[in-house]
Design a protein around this ligand. Structure first.
Ligand SMILES: Cc1ncc(COP(=O)(O)O)c(C=O)c1O
Length: 415
């Protein structure tokens, strides 16, 4: 039945109480029950991000070029700090956006328009060449811009297969993509090899570091074996990295970067044939919260390199323990060899989706992979305090599935 707007409004306290009551149906993310979607425990970083966001609650990042120069300054400083992290050359350019999907769509559009402007374009559809593990945001971009996305099988190590990418590139290819890491398997693609192919074939290379961008640099500083993935590699033309994931900043916030101003040339949108005059934006959306930009600035300034390194060290040490805990349960095996904090595990002996069902009964919302069948988690600081509880429930769930009569699970992997 349709909900009608009430004739008379409710008191603010009642409305807030009703909101809070509604949440009881939701996944208990604060206690680590969600495999993804939320990242930050309610701690000092969370409170700072929230306070900075609220400080800029009414300001509109759309108006940063005229009404709110402070927002422009905050964006510039966030971008500068990030460019330093990603070894970007002095002429590199970047923008904040509302999320990974928007960063990716913008990069594809900047690439497509530059290809149109500088190459002989054919009447045929352009294409993007990528491993099947890249995020669906590329397909969303393809749908919006009539570009085909050629998704190719990953190698035995679940990383993009450079030879397969090379073979799929043709005269209509405008972009080749590598993930750092990809969401399904948590592995960083062989970015340097893919970039060499992109250079050789004169194709734009985008690195999707949406999920890894703000943890991988710190993991590398800590000496962890995370492959190089950024502008230090010649041939990387653009890179997306989400502030609202391991950047530990409130949603909505992401960043997208280009090696040069020439490559960023078609990123902004400009239109002057409007009664109101020139309209200029650097995002697909128009109005967007300045809070996301201010909060990112605050969290960057607060944590600094030392703070992010400390958090990365702590989280990744727990991820090591998590992987060891999984490996210690007979019948379970981690998928591939994840580089950072996304870990999936499956089984050759039992139906892992049955295990996910049992875990769901205990309140753990399952993240699932369909290829191969696995339980998937983007391990964040929210999972750390409940890791032992999770592993103990997992051990019991595996045992229960082993002991019960074999029955196929009806679960379907959905993100
Ligand atoms: C590798 C990767 N790229 C892009 C995205 C899209 O990000 P968003 O959900 O912020 O649009 C995600 C989200 O998880 C991701 O993991």
């Amino acid at each position: 039945m349709r909900t009608l707007m009430p004739d008379n409004g409710m008191a603010a306290e009642e409305v807030l109480a009703a909101l809070s009551a509604l949440k009881h149906k939701d996944c208990d993310w604060k206690n680590g029950r969600s495999p993804a979607y939320a990242f930050n425990p309610v701690d000092e970083i969370y409170e700072l991000g929230r306070a900075a966001f609220l400080e800029y609650f009414s300001e509109n990042a759309l108006g940063m070029h005229r009404a709110f120069p402070s927002v422009k300054q905050l964006e510039t400083e966030v971008i500068d700090m990030a460019l330093g992290l990603f070894n970007a050359p002095p002429k590199a350019v970047g923008f904040t956006t509302t999320g990974g999907t928007e960063s990716i769509i913008q990069a594809v559009q900047a690439c497509r328009d530059l290809a149109r402007a500088t190459r002989k374009t054919s009447a045929r559809r352009s294409n993007i060449v990528a491993a099947e593990s890249v995020h669906p945001a590329f397909d969303k971009a393809g749908r919006l811009m009539d570009i085909d996305v050629r998704r190719l099988a990953v190698g035995a190590d679940f990383r993009a297969d450079p030879a397969a990418l090379r073979a799929a590139i043709d005269d209509d290819t405008i972009m080749v993509v590598g993930s750092a890491p990809c969401f399904p398997y948590g592995v960083v693609d062989p970015i340097a090899e893919i970039a060499a192919i992109a250079r050789e074939r004169d194709v734009w290379m985008h690195v999707d570091a949406c999920v890894g961008g703000y943890i991988a640099p710190f993991a590398r500083m800590l000496g962890r074996p995370v492959p190089a993935f950024d502008f230090a590699i010649d041939g990387v033309c653009s890179l997306s990295a989400d502030l609202h994931k391991f950047g530990l900043c409130p949603k909505p916030a992401s960043t997208v970067f280009y090696r040069s101003a020439e490559q960023a040339r078609f990123h902004p949108f400009e239109f002057s044939g409007w009664p109101n005059g020139r309209f200029y934006t650097t995002t697909i959306v128009g109005t967007r919260p300045a809070g996301g930009v201010a909060a990112a600035w605050a969290v960057f300034r607060h944590l600094g390199v030392t703070g992010y390194k400390r958090i990365a060290e702590d989280l990744l040490t727990h991820v090591d323990a998590y992987r060891a805990g999984i490996a210690a349960i007979p019948g379970l095996k981690v998928v591939g060899d994840p580089h950072l904090s996304i870990v999936a595990f499956g089984s050759h002996e039992i139906d892992i989706f049955r295990v996910a069902e049992v875990m769901a009964e205990k309140g753990w919302l399952p993240g699932l992979l369909q290829k191969p069948k696995a339980i998937h988690r983007m391990v964040s600081r929210l999972h750390v305090p409940v890791m032992d509880e999770y592993l103990s429930d997992l051990r019991a769930a595996v045992q229960r599935v082993r002991q019960s009569t074999p029955a196929a699970s009806t679960l379907k992997a959905i993100y």
